[in-house]
Design a protein around this ligand. Structure first.
Ligand code: MN
Length: 289
């Protein structure tokens, strides 16, 4: 369905993710960890959060800095308020996305605006090319109603957060990293539905089913990705084919690697250790916006 893929990627490995906490004590699953940054270049981190226990999320992420990359927060369920030192403020709600380019630096907070109920979503860190790391900070809230969708009756609903899918342009595009970010809802009435998507072999790609399990239909056979696991796809062939039973939902993320050195110190991601030291100095000197 949708695009012709003659040799589909197979599954390279499964990653379960690490249970951890961040911010002021928000419980989350770190799916893309530091050791996978080269493998999944240009992506630096992927956190999945999902809880109906307020104690797991209520403390939020008080003021903290970032420099050198972009943060993409996709809220499946819940309400989170964003404020930053550039004077931006926004409420991220069910199905909405916040795309923030930290560039040369800003300080922001991400705080829950709910005291009960489910908080579920993802935060992805997308690297910036070296010549863009010190760009002006930028920020956009994309409410759920403004996220483009492709529908295939009796089979698929594809929310296109970034990149292109079946001729539908996503809410965001980026030149060098060419990120693809899809939220795929499998809605086949009877049998499993399939998503086919052409993708250059050198783009790194991952899938993460957050409802149900997913089949990666590679050229040499089908492999299963269980719920709440990340599947890293091999760099081969001309695209990907995914199949799942009705009710399954998965995010699909891919991008063109930058192939530049990655130097990280907490919320700063630059190319060299010297640039990291400058980031710390500038932050301490109050130079972030
Ligand atoms: Mn942050």
């Amino acid at each position: 369905m949708t695009q012709t893929v003659t040799q589909a990627r197979s599954l390279e490995r499964l990653v379960r993710g690490q249970d951890t906490s961040d911010g002021a004590g928000v419980k989350l699953k770190r799916v893309l960890t530091h050791d996978l940054q080269q493998r999944l270049d240009p992506f630096l981190m992927l956190d999945a959060f999902s809880s109906d226990k307020p104690g797991d999320y209520i403390a939020g992420f008080p003021d903290h800095p970032h420099r050198g990359f972009e943060t993409v927060t996709y809220m499946i369920a819940g309400r989170m308020r964003h404020r930053d030192s550039g004077g931006h403020e926004g409420l991220l709600e069910n199905g909405g996305v916040q795309w923030m380019t930290a560039g040369r630096g800003l300080v922001h907070s991400e705080m829950p605006e709910q005291e009960e109920g489910v908080m579920e979503g993802f935060q992805l860190w997308l690297n910036l090319p070296s010549q863009r790391k010190m760009c002006d900070p930028w920020y956009r809230d994309i409410p759920s109603s403004e996220i483009p969708e492709a529908h295939w009756p009796g089979g698929l609903r594809v929310r296109v957060i970034a990149g292109f899918y079946a001729g539908v342009a996503g809410a965001i595009s980026r030149e060098q990293t060419e990120p693809l970010y899809l939220d795929v809802h499998f809605e086949g009435a009877h049998e499993a539905a399939a998503l086919s998507h052409a993708l250059p072999a050198h783009h790194n790609a991952l899938v993460y089913p957050y409802r149900g399990a997913l089949e990666v239909c590679g050229a040499t056979g089908s492999q299963s990705v269980p719920q709440a696991h990340m599947g890293v796809l091999r760099n081969e062939g001309d695209g990907l084919v995914l199949r799942a039973a009705s009710g399954t939902r998965a995010i699909v993320i891919a991008g063109c690697p930058l192939k530049e050195p990655i130097a990280q110190y907490g919320p700063f991601v630059m190319n060299t250790r010297e640039e990291l030291m400058h980031a710390v100095e500038d932050f301490r000197a109050g130079k972030f916006v």
